[in-house]
Design a protein around this ligand. Structure first.
Ligand code: SF4
Length: 461
């Protein structure tokens, strides 16, 4: 029995976190295989939109091939006397939550990176048109966010139209992000928290500051403020900063208190500007991952859209698995592209001076924010495809991490059956790192491992 009589599938919080495997998928919308995808909310004047209107540009669900992947755009226009442009980002992020309330819909990621699946089961129940989805979204938006007086939704599946609107959407996201730049965390009277991702990562809580954008890259400090004002009891709320315990690490008593409360005591401390000691938690919606590369004592960054393997031979998906779930995994850190533009980016870990590798497309996007003297020292897949190439590149460019290698022991020629790989004799704090072996997962929590060298032996059969 559905929550709405005219809707063929059920709707409710119980469906949040529902995973739909490809073999159970009727149609896939957006995702890695689709060339263009986006979701966008724009605020309009009350007389500019028609409340309740739903349009579909391109093939509807019933016209799509079973098991197909399709370009996809969701364009939502809202109006209301209290609806200001600053709310666009926050209303847009709710698309993720409300889509996931629908039985048989899986919605992942955000903005230009959305990925939806509709299950065969829900399709068979009669969910064969975007009008079904539009009606549910309109009702949820108006009941959950009553300041929205009018809402009109357009679903776009026509490839050319999706691409055209995608290009426009990218410019709008960029303009939104640029707003908070220049403001400092020290100047903010409050920070904002978001727990929207707790359905997927129960111990995750984003702390959104002017200089540390949300992990998903969709909610800025201004967005957080606007949302907390109109919906103070909602998933985006104000955080009283309390006392600043360490301005360099970004540790605040108010943040620690809120994190403890929102994670039910699972996490007690968060330092905002580091990937190592008490880092910010990572949900699963992050736009990119910063990952520690012990072989060069540096950090790599990879974004969700990078299809190849990274310099350490692992793809984004594997690194994301090691990072996600609302955990604090030292050396694996979910972050947004906008945080890369922040002067506080991982400053405890040496910021840009510690970053050694990133995909060329991301480097291009944040180029103006990389210190001039570091630009040529950070490798991309074009300069280094593996660790040997990376080491040679860093040495040639005299990257700051090379100085850290001085502590490395002198390499000894390996014996025939024993290859030795030297690692820096530095203290490398590792905690919460999962190791999978023999069907078990062993999690090292708050462990510190010291090694003068790592010996890798060939196993004799
Ligand atoms: S990543 Fe953070 S800010 Fe974005 S929706 Fe999830 S919890 Fe909220």
């Amino acid at each position: 029995m559905s929550m709405f009589e005219d809707i063929p599938v059920d709707v409710g919080v119980v469906y949040e976190g529902e995973r739909i495997r490809f073999k159970d998928t009727q149609v896939e919308l957006g995702g890695e295989r689709a060339e263009a995808k986006f979701e966008l909310v724009r605020v309009k004047g009350l007389d500019e939109i028609e409340d309740g209107k739903i349009s579909v540009i391109g093939p509807d669900i019933k016209d799509m091939k079973e098991g197909s992947t399709n370009p996809f755009g969701i364009y939502i226009e809202v109006a209301g006397k209290k609806v200001e442009e600053e709310l666009e980002g926050v209303i847009e992020r709710r698309i993720h939550e409300y889509c996931n309330f629908i039985e048989g819909i899986m919605h992942l990621n955000q903005r230009y990176d959305i990925w939806l699946r509709l299950s065969k089961k829900s399709f068979k129940k009669g969910f064969n048109s975007f009008h079904v989805m539009g009606k549910v979204l309109q009702r949820l938006f108006k009941s959950e966010l009553p300041f929205i007086e009018k809402i009109q939704i357009t679903f776009i599946t026509d490839p050319k139209k999706v691409k055209k609107m995608y290009d426009e959407a990218i410019k709008i996201y960029e303009a939104r992000d640029a707003k908070a730049r220049g403001m400092k965390d020290e100047e903010a009277d409050a920070f904002y928290g978001c727990t929207l991702c707790q359905s997927f990562a129960p111990t995750h809580c984003c702390v959104i500051t002017p200089q540390r954008y949300s992990n998903c890259g969709s909610i800025s400090w201004f967005d957080g403020r606007a949302s907390a004002q109109v919906d103070p009891k909602g998933p985006v709320f104000a955080i009283d900063k309390g006392e600043c315990l360490d301005p360099f690490k970004g540790e605040y008593t108010g943040v620690n208190d809120v994190i403890k409360e929102k994670t039910m005591g699972e996490i007690n401390r968060v330092c905002l500007y580091t990937a190592f000691e008490n880092p910010h938690t990572s949900c699963g919606c992050f736009e990119a991952v910063a990952f520690y590369i012990p072989e060069v004592d540096g950090l790599g960054i990879v974004h969700r859209g990078f299809k190849d393997v990274t310099v350490n031979g692992l793809p984004f998906s594997t690194l994301a698995d090691s990072t996600a779930g609302g955990r604090q995994v030292e050396g694996f850190h979910g972050l947004s592209i906008e945080y890369m533009r922040s002067p506080k980016l991982l400053q405890v870990d040496d910021g840009w001076s510690r970053i050694v590798w990133m995909p060329a497309t991301i480097k291009e996007r944040v180029l103006d924010f990389i210190p001039q003297d570091m630009v040529d020292k950070i490798a991309t897949e074009n300069e280094a495809k593996n660790l040997d190439e990376l080491k040679a590149f860093l040495q040639e460019k005299n990257h700051p991490v090379v100085k850290r290698w001085k502590a490395m022991p002198v390499e000894v020629a390996p014996k025939a059956e024993e290859a030795e790989q030297a690692v820096p004799s530095l203290e490398v704090p590792i905690s919460g790192i999962p190791i999978s072996a023999g069907g078990f997962e062993i999690i090292l929590k708050d462990a510190k491992i010291y090694a003068k060298k790592v010996v890798i032996r060939k196993v004799k059969k």
